[in-house]
Structure formats: C-alpha cells, structure tokens
Design a binder for this molecule. Structure first.
Ligand code: NDP
Ligand code: 8X3
Length: 252
C-alpha cells in the first residue's frame, strides 16, 4: 500500500521507536500526526522529519478527556487517520511483585493499556465511517513470556495482544487492519525510564550484546503498513539475534 499523503498518527513520537517511525514514515511521504507529553523533545524530532506535512500536539494518553478534546479540536483534514501507531508506553520499575510500587503499576496500566484503549476509541469512528484504516500497536516479547519482577509490565503487553485480537474480531468486515509489532530488547530511552534515570542500570541491559535499534522496529512497522490492502500482518515478534527469549541474552 502506498503511504504518500496517508495520515499516520503516532503516539509517543518524542523518543525511541515512535520518533524512528516519524522519521521513516515522513521519508515515505506520509502526513504525520504526532503527540507526546514532552513538546520540546517532540519539536526536536519534527526537525528530523522531512518531505511531509506534520501536525503535532501535546498529549498524555492516560487522560481520556484530554484525548477526546484534542481529537475534537483537530482540523477536519487531520481527523481522517489512515494508520494509528499505538506506541506510547513504558515500564516503570523491575521489582518482585511483593515489593512492587502501586504507583508504578498504575502508570504502566494507565499508559500501556488504558491509553491505548482511549486513543484507539477516539480514532476508530472515522476509520469505520470511511471503511478503511490500520491500527498498529507496539506490544513486546514481554506480552508473550512473563519474566521475574516484570509481572505488571508483562501483563500490560499481553493485554496489547489480547485487545488487538479482540479488535480484529469486532472490526471484521470493516476493512480495518489490526497488527501488533512485538520487540525484544531495543536500545531507546526505555530502560532509562524503567530505572528512573539510573544510567548505569539502564546501560547494563544492553551491555555486551547488540540490541535492536528503534529503526529496526520502525522498519517492521512500515512493512506492516505497506502490504497490499488485502494483507493483514497480525503479529510480528522481532528479537535481537543475541536474545533467545525474554530472559536469555548472549553477552560477549
Ligand atoms: P522511549 O522511552 O524511548 O519512548 C517512549 C515514548 O512514549 C516517548 O515518546 C514518551 O513521550 C511516550 N510516552 C510515555 N508515556 C506517555 C504518555 N502518558 N502519553 C503520551 N506519550 C507517552 O521507549 P521506546 O521507544 O522503547 O518505547 C516505545 C514502545 O515500545 C513502548 O510501548 C514500549 O513498551 C515498547 N517496547 C519497547 C522495547 C524496548 O526494549 N525499548 C521492547 C518492546 C516494546 P513523552 O515522555 O514525551 O510523553
Ligand atoms: C521491552 C522488552 O523484555 O525488557 O518490552 O520487557 S523487555
């Protein structure tokens, strides 16, 4: 499918995978609707996008009312989203369940699950009315394999897969594609955020191995988006060669 002039809405476009998607889709001539909480970081990413029209706004995907308002106040031509990339997400902490911080749990569930639901619900009516669309959500290997100290993050990513399966069923016959792209270790700000700015702990996640890059994941997302209209890539699991499972990583 041609991306030229398609409207691609990317949540969490200020960093990592979302930012790489913005750069990649812009090169292919798609029009970008970008959001994140940090406007300054988002502006910096916009300077790296060429060859296209961009509409950006500040949005915290955990805020249902703000999403409804932001969507309602979009210029009409930007409401007709062709591709939604549900990317905004995070892990907060890595702790035994019994030592887990409730605030971390709320943040992960509110962002990775409820945020995805709210944004999808806001975008879908126009897709259904136009009988076309594609919802691509970023899951994780964590949604397929639970690992110690990751119960809540893994649960949120399992939810991404389950919600996507349900969407595919409920949208059957409406010509709307639903995909998940589920990576293993990708070097972005993810671990910095998970470990709350502890650079040493974050760097240790990728030490002695070659992780995926955000661009690797953007490539997979573009692959899903550019299949012919009758092809729906339901799910891609994409891992670094050095990573055999959520917990088995070969390090030099
Ligand atoms: P980054 O931390 O680099 O990027 C996360 C993005 O999400 C940022 O742009 C951030 O923007 C945005 N975000 C976070 N919370 C919110 C919110 N409440 N509202 C709006 N935007 C928000 O990490 P990644 O690029 O790695 O993460 C992207 C997705 O990929 C996540 O869903 C993550 O779970 C998933 N993933 C990552 C993997 C990895 O190893 N890196 C592997 C598997 C999946 P801002 O702070 O400006 O709001
Ligand atoms: C991010 C990958 O394995 O750190 O979703 O959970 S992992």
């Amino acid at each position: 499918m041609e991306l030229k002039d398609k409207i691609v809405f990317i949540t969490g476009a200020s960093s990592g995978i979302g930012a790489a998607c913005a750069r990649h889709f812009s090169r292919l001539g798609a029009k970008l609707l970008l959001c994140a909480r940090r406007l300054e970081a988002l502006q910096e990413i916009i300077t790296q996008c060429t060859n296209t029209q961009i509409h950006s706004f500040q949005l915290d995907v955990t805020q249902h009312d703000a999403i409804k308002k932001a969507f309602a106040s979009l210029p009409d031509e930007w409401k007709k989203v062709d591709i939604l990339i549900n990317n905004a997400g995070l892990a907060a902490g890595l702790d035994f369940f019994q030592e887990g911080d409730i605030n971390d749990w709320e943040t992960m569930i509110d962002t990775n699950v409820k945020g995805l639901l709210y944004v999808t619900k806001a975008v879908l009516p126009e897709m259904i009315a136009r009988n076309t669309g594609h919802i691509i959500s970023i899951g994780s290997i964590a949604g397929h394999e639970t690992y110690p100290k990751g119960a809540v993050y893994c649960a949120t990513k399992a939810a991404v897969n389950v919600i996507s399966q349900g969407l595919r069923m409920d949208l059957s016959g409406k010509n709307i594609r639903v995909s998940t792209v589920d990576p293993g270790a990708v070097e972005t700000n993810f671990s910095r955020v998970r470990f709350k700015g502890d650079e040493k702990r974050a760097a240790a996640v990728y030490a002695g191995m070659q992780p995926l890059t955000a661009e690797d994941i953007a490539n997979a997302i573009v692959y899903c988006a550019t299949r012919p209209a009758h092809v729906n890539v339901s799910e891609i699991i994409i891992m670094p060669t050095a990573q055999a499972s959520a917990t088995i990583v070969h390090r030099d």
